[in-house]
Each structure stands twice: as structure tokens, then as C-alpha cells.
Design a protein around this ligand. Sequence first.
Ligand code: COA
Length: 154
Amino acid sequence: MLGPEDLKLSAIDCKNGEEVDFLYQFIFDHHSTPKNLLPTKEELNSPSLFFFRAVLDEKLIGMSSYYKVTPFLAETQKTIVLPEFRGKGFGKKISSLMEDLIKNRGFKKIRSAIYIQNLKMLKIKLDQSYIIEGLLRDHDAPGLHEYSLGKILG
Ligand SMILES: CC(C)(COP(=O)(O)OP(=O)(O)OC[C@H]1O[C@@H](n2cnc3c(N)ncnc32)[C@H](O)[C@@H]1OP(=O)(O)O)[C@@H](O)C(=O)NCCC(=O)NCCS
């Protein structure tokens, strides 16, 4: 039976309107960010943002993305596992696949801002040797606090 080890990332083409429509709706339906703070379709098309589907034998399991902050630093964002696949190790695998991809693209550091109440994602990142580098108070909006977690890619 297929499992997290068989998961693959496949790039989403944000120059394609249908792909952007899919992405926008997927994030809207499944991400934990309050709806009024989600990116617009125009923002999804930023040249510094890179989105990926997570697929298992062509079946959509989830997604992730990164933002090129500098040539040195990439920040992962919007990691999502579809509700029916949560708790089976897919979130952990997406996180490690994103790290490999970012390292292979030449970045030297990976970072992620995670809501302080998102214990699952915090556990995933800490288990993968990220370090909490700071508390971002009222980061997206009043009362929405995040931890910034980072890792130097050796
Ligand atoms: C966060 C998310 C991606 C995790 O995906 P997932 O596939 O369920 O995660 P995994 O099964 O790989 O791992 C979850 C880990 O958290 C642990 N966990 C679950 N509930 C927990 C809790 N309340 N406190 C601490 N750890 C918890 C699990 O035990 C597991 O760790 P383990 O494998 O070492 O036992 C998924 O829940 C999701 O899509 N959430 C909505 C979107 C979101 O919040 N994205 C993150 C934005 S930063």
C-alpha cells in the first residue's frame, strides 16, 4: 500500500489561470489562516512564490509553497494536507520534501512562520531540527501570534 514515502511534489504553474483558480480555492477551503488574510489570485502569481501539489500516485493529498526571501533564504508557506489524509505522516513528509527541494535549488536556509496554536506543525518542524528563532506577535493580525522557525541547510 502506498504511504508518505511515495509522496511526490509537482509544481503548480501560476501563469495558468485554471491552476491559479484551483490553488486559490484549495487554500481557501483548507488552510488555517482566517479567510480575510488569505492571498488574492493576483498575489498567488508573484514571481517570488512557488507552489507545489503533493501527490500520491496522481492522487492529490495536499500542497505546499515557498517564498524566495533572498537568494540565501526561502520561507515555506501554506503547507496543507487534505483532512481525510491527516495524521498519517503526510504533513511530515511534505515538510521534508520541501526542505530537499529548497536545498537543491541552492538556498542555504529554510524558515517557516507557524501559528503558536498549531501544535502539529510545530512538532513536525521541531522534530526536523528547526530552531524557534522568535515570536512574531500580532504577525498577520491582532491576536495572531506566530513562532518563526528556521534551519540552516548543511
Ligand atoms: C498541519 C498539517 C499540515 C499536518 O499534517 P498531518 O499529515 O496531519 O501531519 P503528520 O501526520 O505528518 O504529523 C502530525 C504530527 O503531529 C502530532 N500531533 C497531532 N496532534 C498533536 C497535538 N495536539 N500536539 C502535538 N502534536 C500533535 C502527531 O502525533 C504527529 O507527530 P508524530 O508522527 O511524531 O506522532 C495538517 O493538519 C493541515 O493541513 N492543517 C491545516 C493547514 C495548516 O494548519 N497548515 C500549517 C500552516 S503553518
